[in-house]
Design a binder for this molecule. Structure first.
Ligand code: UD1
Ligand code: CA
Length: 462
């Protein structure tokens, strides 16, 4: 990250030690997102198992703020409900970050969005005192990295502002960065208001800023909607700070792609590709062998131990935990609530949902394992189905250690298979069955055939 500008770098009110730096992050999420053509609020669209806004709240948290102000408007109720249901509100609380909601209705521009939380900004200033930053993020810009945001904060001069910029091949639609002959930031002009010369500038405004908390309210109140769109432009605060002799430092992104916003479902898919790439890179760096990154899908919030091998066409959803030395796939589907202990193997066309597979359990072919606990060393034969749903309720099934579930077994939940027990091929184990340890049950419905024969050592196929 290169920083342009003459002002000295400073930390933003460092409290040191705990990644806690204070200040306020404002996330703008009031926009209508009409181009998504979706009944869902734009920022709630999922990317790798998590709403866009969740990714942005991570960006906010990376700055270690005292508080996050979320500016909502369109479909506010959906977003508020999501904050509770997704656990995001609790996550912020656990991090000691206060969450404040502000309402912007109607939406008359980005400056207007900040004006909608003026009371919160004033209260923050009163609580923090001067010197702390107000960082502005967009709820639809999920690719910005913590490194870029840290560089933004570091670059902010005392009593001044910093902003992220990107140099792009096609700047159409963006605000352009206007510089003084000496190279300092002078102002930002929106595309629709720009002259032909100004439109020739390829350095654009990303829309992410660190403002001085003590100056922002007064500069917001000076905004006037005298422009081509009749809006209150947050970008005008930049020019107004410069006019007042305050330092404004531009921080160019090394990778302009980080500034990509999501306005359409096609852009959602592009953002997903980038974030998914980062997820896979992190797993590979931690020792997970992903044979074909192009064909797997691994959500945010998945834990995978070192030495595990993920084979092609595997889908692993949020919240799944896979131990060390496991084998998953090809064509495996691990859904929420699934845990694979070390050395477990889940093979082709096996779906696990809320399934706890003990160490070295094998379920290698064509199975549905839903709401089940399977003890260490058990073998789940090809085509086994754990029928967890009676049409009204989901029920739990427990399979003990070293059990042998024969091919094509159907276990109707709730039921129980004891340690070392066996089911024969095609057995249908009725609801409520409790197969004692070591017994063999066969047939339809499955009945005891007495003690399971002691397994002889398998002969190696030649
Ligand atoms: C804004 C910048 C522009 C920059 C571009 C980068 C202004 C005036 N212009 O453009 O310089 O290049 O971002 O993407 O700031 N929002 C609200 N309330 C509003 C308007 C917008 O909450 O009244 C939110 C939107 O939900 C969105 C973000 O602010 O998340 C940006 O809004 P958008 O309309 O896309 O920004 P532009 O005006 O196009
Ligand atoms: Ca835009």
């Amino acid at each position: 990250m290169t920083v342009q500008g003459s002002a000295p770098s400073r930390g933003a009110g460092s409290e040191g030690g705990h990644g806690r730096r204070g200040g306020t992050v404002v996330v703008l999420a009031a926009g209508q997102g009409t181009r998504m053509k979706s009944p869902r609020a734009k920022v709630l669209h999922p990317v790798c198992g998590r709403a866009l806004l969740g990714w942005v709240l991570d960006q906010a948290l990376s700055l270690g703020p005292q508080r996050v102000v979320l500016v909502l408007g369109d479909r506010r109720e959906q977003i508020e409900a999501w904050l509770g249901a997704s656990g995001e509100r609790a996550r912020l609380e656990a991090a000691g970050v206060e969450l404040l909601l502000a309402e912007q209705r109607p939406q008359r521009g980005t400056g207007h969005a900040l004006l909608a939380c003026l009371a919160e900004l004033r209260a923050a200033l009163a609580a923090d005192g001067p010197g702390s930053p107000v960082v502005v993020l967009y709820g639809d810009m999920p690719l910005l990295t913590p490194e870029s945001l840290a560089a933004l904060l570091r670059a902010r001069p005392a009593g001044g502002a910093s902003l992220l910029t990107a140099t792009v091949a096609d700047p159409t639609g963006y605000g352009r960065i206007l510089r003084t002959p000496a190279g300092g930031v002078r102002a930002i002009v929106e595309h629709k208001d720009a002259s032909a010369d100004e439109r020739a500038v390829h350095e654009v405004n990303v829309g992410v800023y660190a403002f001085p908390a003590e100056l922002l309210p007064a500069h917001l109140e000076r905004l006037e909607p005298k422009n081509a769109q009749g809006e209150y432009y947050l970008t005008d605060v930049v020019g107004s700070l410069v006019s007042d002799g305050k330092g404004v430092v531009a921080v160019p992104l090394d990778d302009p792609a980080e500034a990509a916003g999501v306005n359409t479902l096609a852009q959602l898919a592009e953002a997903r590709a980038v974030l998914h790439g980062r997820i896979l890179e992190a797993h590979m760096a931690a020792g997970v062998l992903i044979e074909d990154p192009a064909s797997v899908a691994i959500d945010h919030g998945v834990e995978i131990g070192a030495g595990t091998h993920v084979l092609p066409f595997t889908v692993i959803r949020s919240g799944v935990r896979v131990g060390e030395g496991c084998e998953v796939g090809p064509f495996a589907h691990l859904r929420s609530g699934t845990v694979l202990e070390n050395g477990a193997e889940v093979g082709n066309f096996t779906e696990c949902k809320n399934a706890a597979l003990g160490a070295h359990v094998k379920a290698k072919h064509l199975s549905y394992l839903g709401d089940v606990t399977i003890g260490a060393g058990s073998n789940i034969g090809a085509g086994t189905i754990v029928a967890n749903y009676d049409g009204v309720h989901k029920h739990h099934t427990t399979i003990g250690e070293r059990a042998f579930v024969g091919s094509g077994t159907i276990l109707i939940a709730p039921s129980r298979v004891g340690d070392g027990a066996l089911t024969g091929a095609g057995a249908v184990v009725k609801r409520g069955s409790d197969i004692p340890a070591g017994e063999a049950w066969v047939g339809l419905p499955a009945r005891s055939r007495g003690t399971r024969p002691t397994p002889t050592k398998p002969t190696k196929p030649t």
